[in-house]
Design a protein around this ligand. Structure first.
Ligand code: PA5
Length: 326
């Protein structure tokens, strides 16, 4: 085992290529897809959504909350992802979708979600437990791709190929140290295009959870229709740092030049990998390493997320008092 759990991602991903899908699909005849999960599990929904946005014949939605959309019915496939299997929002969407007659499948390492899937013999993948949800990113991604494959939803043709980029850990580690130094004591603004939005969001989430920092995400071209104006008047730029998730896109180049011209310190983050998923995996490896280095620099524990635990305790204390819960 490596000192930093992110550095064992390649081995963990390789192991998860052997995951099998348990349970049985009731129907493979659906016209809509909902992916649901929160935080480190929810980001899997965003990554897969981005791929399916350009590939899928059927509409796909991501739900991060308690309620499934009104249109969920017997012609909808709902995939619930929760590493712990105990996330109230995810379980709520899954149970309500089942009530609406949807075909449901699940990815979890245990908990109530796994209990539901087992008791109803729903298609499910059990991922290895004992990690923090955010560290289990490659396993959750592979498990979800495998379960969707059962339904004929092709997210990726060759899983072995997309994880190959995780072997580049020395490069990732080198860049992460540089990035940690660039981002320390700052308010990072992460900018990407729509395709790399899951990575921009993932980077923000890792800064929040591992490094206990506030960060914001801006996506082009939408950025150029609002946020761009916010930089027009002089502001105190000292604390701001722009992290540009680079892509071969003239608007990204425009955004990066614009921010430099207004005086923001910018870092161009060039990704390794081919295709959305391998780039997101590589970028997430860098995000994980960068934010654990930042935690070290800040003298805090990367693996502790006290306020999320507090929120989860609050949720269980009000369970049953509101209709939104299961
Ligand atoms: O990374 C984390 O620890 C969190 O963002 C969790 O993923 C989030 O709270 C949801 O929990 P789970 O992934 O177990 O459903």
């Amino acid at each position: 085992m490596y000192r930093n759990p992110y550095l064992s991602w390649y081995e963990l991903a390789l192991k998860s290529l052997n995951y099998s899908v348990l349970g049985k699909a009731r129907t493979k005849d659906f016209k809509k897809v909902v992916l649901t999960g929160m935080g480190g599990s929810g980001i899997i929904c965003d990554a897969i959504y981005t791929v399916l946005f350009s590939n899928s014949e059927v509409p796909v939605s991501v739900v991060k909350g308690f309620q499934p959309p009104k249109w969920v019915d017997s012609e909808t496939l709902v995939c619930g992802i929760s590493y712990s299997g105990n996330t109230v929002e995810t379980i709520s969407v899954v149970l309500k979708s089942m009530e609406l007659g949807a075909e449901v499948c699940a990815v979890a390492s245990g908990g109530k979600l796994l209990e539901i899937a087992r008791s109803k013999n729903l298609p499910h993948v059990i991922v290895d437990g004992g990690l923090l949800p955010r560290v289990a990113f490659p396993q959750l991604l592979i498990a979800t791709i495998k379960i969707l494959d059962v339904y004929g939803i092709k997210v990726c043709d060759n899983l072995g190929e997309i994880i190959d980029v995780l072997k580049e850990r020395s490069i990732a580690d080198y860049i992460s140290k540089e990035l940690a130094d660039f981002l320390k004591e700052s308010l990072p603004v992460i900018i990407s295009n729509n395709e790399m939005y899951p990575l921009a969001l993932r980077f923000k989430d890792e800064l929040n959870e591992n490094a206990k920092m506030i960060a914001k995400v801006e996506v082009i071209p939408e950025w150029a229709h609002n946020d761009i104006v916010g930089w027009e008047l002089p502001i105190n730029l000292e604390v701001l740092r722009a992290l540009i998730i680079w892509s071969d896109d003239p608007i990204i180049e425009f955004a990066s030049n614009y921010l430099r011209e207004v005086g923001v310190k910018t870092y161009i983050f060039k990704l390794l990998g081919y295709g959305v998923l391998s780039k997101v995996l590589y970028g997430s490896l860098v995000a994980g390493l960068t934010t654990t280095y930042l935690a070290e620099l800040r003298g805090i524990k990367a693996d502790e997320t006290k306020s999320i635990d507090e929120y989860k305790k609050f949720l269980s204390s009000i369970k049953g008092r509101f209709k939104v819960f299961y």
